[in-house]
Structure formats: structure tokens, C-alpha cells
Design a protein around this ligand. Structure first.
Ligand SMILES: NC(=O)c1ccc[n+]([C@@H]2O[C@H](COP(=O)([O-])OP(=O)(O)OC[C@H]3O[C@@H](n4cnc5c(N)ncnc54)[C@H](OP(=O)(O)O)[C@@H]3O)[C@@H](O)[C@H]2O)c1
Length: 331
């Protein structure tokens, strides 16, 4: 599959798959990074580059900044590496500290301070995409826009994007920006279906109530209409359908996962690709041109993900997977 995606309008080198770097840097504790962490990051980055991945997804909070630090070490040791890839990182989530509880913070001051921290840890001068990690109820769109303008003018950040935002929040933010929002990163996978359910299961009263409240259909439609790149975090559903331990028990949810995992295996066999290939190809079949963000740091699994680029699922197989994952026929 080699169709272009919205992000390539602004960043032509952007790959269809993105490497999520949340698994790099060791644990989410204060232990400093060591050689083993740097070696693990190196192996993951090399594997990703080998399969054509050019976009790497970070956040200032991942392993408390250590994921970025590991990547920064790689740039320091091999400066030419920076030219071979595009970087996005996120800010806006704060851990509890002396000044307050765990909170979201999209104030201009926090955004500016976060970007300086990201660039310093990554040991770079500029990054391609700054992503606002979560909506902050106290966000003021004009303030965010002014903060981004200053960062852009200083050459620290080239583009702005969001994550976990609904259409109304994107619309509000866009009205203050003089640059387009490039992407929205949301949780989407065979294990997380509400982004589809909300749009198609309109005659199921319970779903309608839950899903329309979340406004998914409008968010997908907004991104498609405005050429905002949709990125899927959690795209491998933590391996639930591609080899990780399956849930036991007779309840409907566990049975659906087991049936869907079985079907993924059958399709992988039929197409002669990995199970990861099927799981990701299912997301990539969606007409929005979704970019799966894969959170693996295992080189073998990263290589297995490349199979997603080799196939396009038929409509019928796409629906078979969808129905297996939701555990029942469509209404
Ligand atoms: N914007 C947001 O709010 C947000 C939230 C969460 C994550 N993210 C981003 O999205 C990326 C991906 O998300 P994610 O890490 O939550 O989800 P993911 O890609 O669904 O899962 C990756 C995790 O699942 C494990 N895994 C995958 N297949 C497996 C299998 N067959 N058996 C056992 N374990 C398996 C991987 O382990 P191995 O490393 O061993 O392969 C890794 O720990 C992250 O790295 C991050 O960049 C963004």
C-alpha cells in the first residue's frame, strides 16, 4: 500500500508508520539512563529506519524524559542520524509536584518551558512537530497560538498538532492559529472501537448516548475535511490480537478478543504476512489515511509491522475483523 497521507502535504518525507518511543528510556522512575537503555533505543531506531519509518513520536513525560534523553544520546554519538528522521514530541501533561497535583497545562509559559526541555534532552535545535498532549480545560486558544508563534519564529518548532482532542476543540484552536493543525493523535485499534462505533451504530441507544457524547464522528469528519493527519496511538492494542496473552473467561468481551485474534491469525496466514501486519492494515484501510503509531521497541516486532505496508484488506475482511472485535453483528 503506497497511498499518500495528509501529513505528506507539509512533510513529504513522513512515513506511513510512526515509531512510538514511549517504551524507550527504562522505567518511569528516577533511575538515570544507562548504556543498556541507549543500546535498546539504538536497536529500535535502526529497526524502524530499516523498514522505512521516518517519523518518531515522543512526549516530554515518556519515562520521565528519559525516552528523549536516550534519543539525544543517539544524535550526539551519530550526528548524521538527525537528518534521516522527523521528530514530534508532546507537552501539556504535568506530574504532581511541589506546586500542584497531576494536571494538564497548556499555558504559554508551560509550553515554552516544555519545548526548551524537549530540545535539550533530544540535543537538537528544532523539531518538526509539537503536539499538545491532552486538552486542558483551562486552555486559552489565543495564548496557545501566541506561544506557538514565538516558538516558530525562534526556529524551535516547525508545526503544531494535537492529541486526544475532539473536533470542537480543534476548531476553537484553529480559529486562533495562522498555521494549520497538522495531526490529531487518538487511541484507535481493533481493541478500541469507539471511533467507529459512534459513527455507524446510530440506532443503538446505549452507544448513541455514550458515543455521540464523545463526538467521534465529527472529529473524524473534521480531520478528513481539513486534511488533519489522524495518528493512532495504541495501534497494536498491546499485542492483544497478535500474540500477547489472551484473556480467559466466558464473558462476551474475552470471547470477542479470542475470536478476533483467531481471525487475525487466519488472515495473516492467508496473506502470508505477520499478525501485526493485519492489525495495522485494518487501521490503514480507513479512508482517513490513518498513521499507526507503533509502540514496540523490539526490533523483530518492528520488522513484523512492515508487513502492513504490503497488503490492503478487502472490505469484507475489514468488516470481518471489525465484527469479531466488537463481538456482535452490526445493528
Ligand atoms: N497521545 C497519547 O495520549 C498517547 C498515549 C499512549 C501512547 N502514545 C504513543 O503511541 C505509541 C504506541 O502506543 P502504546 O505503546 O500504548 O501501544 P501499542 O503500540 O499498542 O503497544 C506497544 C506495547 O505492546 C507490546 N506488544 C506489542 N505486541 C506484543 C505481543 N505480540 N506480545 C507482547 N507484547 C506486545 C510492546 O512490547 P515490545 O516493546 O516488546 O514490542 C509494547 O510494550 C507509544 O509509544 C507513544 O508514542 C500516545
Amino acid at each position: 500500500m503506497n497511498t499518500s497521507i495528509p501529513l505528506q502535504t507539509h512533510l513529504p518525507q513522513a512515513s506511513r508508520l510512526v515509531l512510538g518511543c514511549m517504551g524507550l528510556g527504562g522505567g518511569w522512575d528516577q533511575t538515570p539512563i544507562g548504556e543498556a537503555d541507549i543500546a535498546k533505543a539504538h536497536a529500535a531506531v535502526e529497526a524502524a529506519l530499516e523498514i522505512g519509518i521516518t517519523l518518531f513520536d515522543h512526549a516530554d513525560i515518556y519515562t520521565r524524559g528519559k525516552a528523549e534523553q536516550c534519543m539525544g544520546e543517539l544524535f550526539k554519538r551519530q550526528p548524521s542520524l538527525r537528518q534521516r528522521l522527523l521528530l514530534q514530541s508532546k507537552c501539556g501533561i504535568r506530574f504532581a509536584d511541589a506546586s500542584g497535583p497531576g494536571r494538564y497545562d497548556l499555558s504559554a509559559e508551560h509550553i515554552a518551558r516544555s519545548v526548551d526541555g524537549i530540545l535539550q534532552r533530544l540535543q537538537i535545535e528544532t523539531m518538526e512537530i509539537l503536539m499538545l498532549h491532552r486538552p486542558d480545560p483551562l486552555m486559552q486558544a489565543d495564548e496557545v497560538a501566541a506561544a506557538f508563534s514565538r516558538l516558530r519564529a525562534a526556529g524551535k518548532v516547525q508545526h503544531l498538532a494535537v492529541s486526544n482532542m475532539q473536533a470542537a476543540q480543534m476548531r476553537q484552536l484553529s480559529a486562533s492559529l495562522d498555521q494549520p493543525l497538522l495531526a490529531n493523535q487518538l487511541e484507535m485499534s481493533l481493541g478500541k472501537l469507539d471511533w467507529l462505533e459512534a459513527g455507524s451504530c446510530f440506532n443503538d441507544p446505549q452507544l448513541r448516548q455514550q458515543a455521540y457524547a464523545l463526538n467521534w464522528p465529527e472529529t473524524l469528519a473534521y480531520c478528513q475535511a481539513h486534511h488533519v493527519q489522524l495518528q493512532a496511538w495504541g495501534s497494536l492494542a498491546k499485542g492483544l490480537f497478535s500474540g500477547a496473552a489472551l484473556p480467559k473467561g466466558d464473558d462476551a468481551a474475552a470471547s470477542a478478543v479470542r475470536r478476533c485474534a483467531e481471525l487475525v491469525q487466519e488472515l495473516a496466514h492467508a496473506h502470508q504476512v505477520s499478525r501485526e501486519g493485519i492489525v495495522l492494515a485494518w487501521l490503514m484501510k480507513h479512508p482517513a489515511g490513518i498513521q499507526p503509531v507503533i509502540g514496540s521497541s523490539d526490533p523483530a516486532r518492528i520488522h513484523a509491522c512492515a508487513d502492513a505496508l504490503k497488503i490492503e484488506l478487502s472490505r469484507e475482511d475489514w468488516y470481518r475483523l471489525y465484527l469479531a472485535a466488537r463481538g456482535q453483528a452490526l445493528p
